[in-house]
Design a protein around this ligand. Structure first.
Ligand SMILES: Nc1ncnc2c1ncn2[C@@H]1O[C@H](COP(=O)(O)OP(=O)(O)OP(=O)(O)O)[C@@H](O)[C@H]1O
Length: 248
């Protein structure tokens, strides 16, 4: 059997809630200068163990604030665990905050080159595929390609971002509610792209609240409740556990 491409072992991360406000208000009025060192600390994820095999499509399911995006950031290496560890055996294409890498003062054309090269696409590749990237992003982006991105709508930025990132050859794809931001036409394009990438044998980790998207793409599911992994099974089993909780 293949080695897991993602492997979490006793994974945990600790955050501090509202650090600056607590220091000011609590120190001044409640603790009169003294403050417990653990005040405001919490574990959005703890004791998490799971494995993802190459080619798996894994749905991450749970209510708001249960640590789903935090888990994707841990897989992407943007956050470092405080307990246990996460092994990722392959490069990660993060379809997370798709317009986050964009520089508002640069044009769409310049941003495609900037973001593409930051993710490792060569300038020769970007030149060769530029027209295709822009046409995938849609007519509005095509027309505004030499306009600074600050004048783009948020949907336009996301389309352009998705268009660049979907060209990455990375074996692992992380997606956080990407399909929720676009219009129906963009969603159709997203679906076709994800289907193509899965058919190529990529591994997908998808965070979504949309049952149709989850069952369309994912075979496996992880259900999180208050930072704990409660179900590691089929996507149906994970969704059933989630629905049982939200319907009661
Ligand atoms: N950098 C941070 N510092 C402190 N707390 C944070 C930080 N990032 C997230 N949190 C908190 O950690 C918890 C988990 O957040 P996370 O974004 O992972 O949840 P989520 O399951 O993705 O939620 P949603 O479904 O709303 O997107 C939340 O309580 C959130 O407020």
């Amino acid at each position: 059997m293949d080695q897991p491409i993602i492997e979490a072992e006793n994974l945990g991360i600790r955050f501090v809630r509202n650090r600056r406000r607590q220091l000011r208000l609590r120190e001044m009025f409640i603790h009169k200068g003294g403050r417990h060192p653990d005040a405001g600390e919490f574990w959005p994820l703890r004791n998490v163990n799971f494995q993802v095999r190459p080619g798996d499509a894994m749905g991450i399911i749970g209510k708001n604030g249960t640590g789903k995006s935090t888990l994707l950031r841990l897989i992407a290496g943007v956050l470092i665990p405080d307990e246990g560890g996460i092994k990722v055996r392959g490069a990660v294409a993060p379809l997370l905050e798709l317009s986050a890498g964009f520089s508002n003062d640069l044009t769409g054309r310049e941003n495609v080159h900037l973001v593409g090269s930051l993710h490792g696409l060569s300038s020769a590749y970007l030149k060769r595929n530029f027209d295709e990237i822009i046409s995938f992003a849609g007519e509005q982006c095509e027309k505004a390609i030499d306009t600074p991105v600050r004048h783009y709508s948020s949907g336009m930025k996301v389309r352009l971002g998705f268009s660049v990132i979907s060209h990455l050859q990375h074996p692992i794809l992380l997606m956080d509610e990407v399909m929720a931001v676009g219009d129906a036409e963009f969603r159709k394009k997203c679906y076709a792209t994800i289907e193509r990438l899965l058919a190529e044998g990529r591994t997908l980790v998808l965070v979504s609240h949309n049952e149709n998207d989850l069952t369309r793409f994912c075979t496996r599911g992880l259900y999180f409740n208050a930072g704990r992994l409660e179900v590691d099974g089929t996507v149906r089993e994970a969704l059933d556990a989630y629905n049982n909780v939200v319907r009661t």
